[in-house]
Design a protein around this ligand. Structure first.
Ligand code: VGL
Ligand code: ZN
Length: 238
């Protein structure tokens, strides 16, 4: 396992070094040209990625480090940040008699309820310390509308308002998006499905993700991604 990981790190480092050497727009190995690709790093924040986070995802801190290695391999990187006001409708604490992970019907459909998490300005909302967020990064905040949750980095769950991410990527000439981060079975899944629907070639890099893993949600994610034609890679190609 350690050997495999070391080899992968070396491969990533080689790719990044090759790209720094120049050849803008030229093909650089299995990932192809930089010009038309972007990395989307989803919600690698303390509440999900830290063991003491409010909605901690098992293995989340390892995901922070794995995502940072991916960041090295991409010129264009976008970070999504779950960014809720206090009292957000997706919090179980807002619904009398409900507990985290219960479901309720909201105006836009079924909503899973969560512990209070990623509240603007709190430690839980901040990016995990092991996540490298370079100055060249674009940050997309989502979930700030009190009444509507937003799993996808493209659209809120009611599918009405968009975050501006599609417009940004199209303007940049992006054709391929690689999605990594948390949580595989929620925000990563919905972001990848929307990317595909919006016409991008969409990839999920499995060893840079971890899931909340409620009953059935991991299996559902695998199936929905496959059915939609999202390519799930075990690891980032060298
Ligand atoms: C997420 C639940 C609630 C996620 C965000 O990032 O997957 N999950 N808010
Ligand atoms: Zn949230």
């Amino acid at each position: 396992m350690r050997g495999v990981r070391a080899a992968r790190e070396l491969a990533l480092a080689t790719t990044a070094a090759d790209e720094r050497r120049g050849d803008a727009g030229a093909s650089t190995g299995a990932l192809g040209a930089q010009g038309d690709r972007a990395l989307l790093v989803i919600d690698v924040q303390n509440d999900f990625a830290a063991p003491s986070g409010a909605l901690t995802v098992r293995g989340g801190d390892g995901v922070a480090r794995a995502c940072s290695r991916c960041v090295e391999a991409f010129d264009r990187v976008v970070f999504a940040q779950d960014y809720h006001p206090a009292g957000h409708e997706s919090f179980a604490s807002e619904h009398a008699g409900k507990a985290p992970y219960d479901e309720v019907e909201l105006a836009y459909g079924t909503q899973t309820l969560w512990p209070d998490h990623c509240v603007q300005g709190t430690w839980g909302c901040a990016f995990h310390d092991d996540l490298v967020v370079p100055a060249r990064a674009m940050v997309v905040r989502k979930g700030h509308n009190r009444d509507v949750d937003s799993y996808s980095a493209f659209f809120e769950n009611d599918r009405r308002s968009d975050t501006g991410l599609d417009e940004y990527l199209k303007k940049e000439g992006v054709k391929r998006v690689y999605v990594v981060g948390l949580a595989y079975d929620f925000c990563v899944k919905y972001t990848a499905l929307d990317a595909k629907r919006l016409g991008y070639d969409a990839y999920v890099v499995r060893d840079c993700c971890a899931g909340v893993a409620l009953p059935g949600t991991m299996e559902a994610a695998e199936k929905e991604l496959a059915d939609a034609g999202v390519v799930v890679l075990e690891t980032l190609p060298a």
